[in-house]
Design a protein around this ligand. Sequence first.
Ligand code: RRO
Length: 342
Amino acid sequence: MNKIYEKTIRALFFKFDPEKGHEIVKKFARFPIPTFCRDTTELNVRIKNYKFRNPVGLAAGFDKDAKMISLLSSLGFGYLVIGSVLKQESMGNPKPRIVRYENEQSMVNSMGLPSVGIDKFVKNYLDSIIRTDIFISIAGNTLKEFIDVYKIVKKLTPFIELNLSCPNTENGRLFQDADNFETLAEYVSKLKDGIIFVKVSPVINRKDAENLITIVELCKKFNIDGITAVNALPVKEKSISVGYGGLSGKKIFNFMLNTINLIKEYSNDKLILNACGGIFNSEDAFKALILGASTVQVYTSLIYKGPCITCEIKKGINVLLKKNGFKNLEEVIGYKSKLSNK
Ligand code: RRO
């Protein structure tokens, strides 16, 4: 199926500017399609009191304005992360703001947090046909914006992801600073009822690692449930209008694994981990799950490999479960650290 997608739809879309292709999909995405991709109970994932049908999520950014939920929720994902949404409408950075590295199955984006704003987002959300669990990713330029948006979205879904790590705006990583995050986490924890994840940048040096370890400690202290690792990696890119952006896809897979490893080491099994970054197939997913991720999220691989990727990863995980003698996914999650504790 992937080969057909690559030779037809992808070949056509890749002739356009990357954002144009996305705009075309958006026009057709207001309706669900029949789902042929069934889930097996072996792939169920428990997160706190909630059961997710499978571990393959769609990462934030694909549907920033909640305009494509109906279509996306019929593609077999265990959950979708919709957003990131801001309180106010925002245009984002000037175009061009996406460049593909086709040979490396990677890309750089510098969208700059465009958003229709929370009011229109809620309307779009309520107009959708929803067939899977939905996380809403929120971002804010100030603490007040974050909290105001949080209070609104928590009425729509119990599942929220706080985006601490947008690489493309002045304030995008403000709340990844430990002091700012402490204030945010404390506020949110008082308002919280469902599940909250925070999304962090890839760790590339010692300073990042030290900061992330503090974030991990604060998550445990303030009852934040989990961490999604990682957002796109900040890089310079001349062909993008602002000259920089976030790298995603295969080129960041190892950064993702290292970051997951680090969080796992300091989380004392108290945090849920979601692996995001360069996951293209079931082997990639399995590597992250065995390290300790409970779920995996895809985005760039959906663009390169098409909508069948969800089914392929799920089927492949089922094969790997059997091949490696696991009864179900729950046995796999964090198996590596369980082994080293024996
Ligand atoms: O909009 C963006 O430029 C963007 C965001 Br909010 C993010 O979290 N990650 C990313 O790669 N781009």
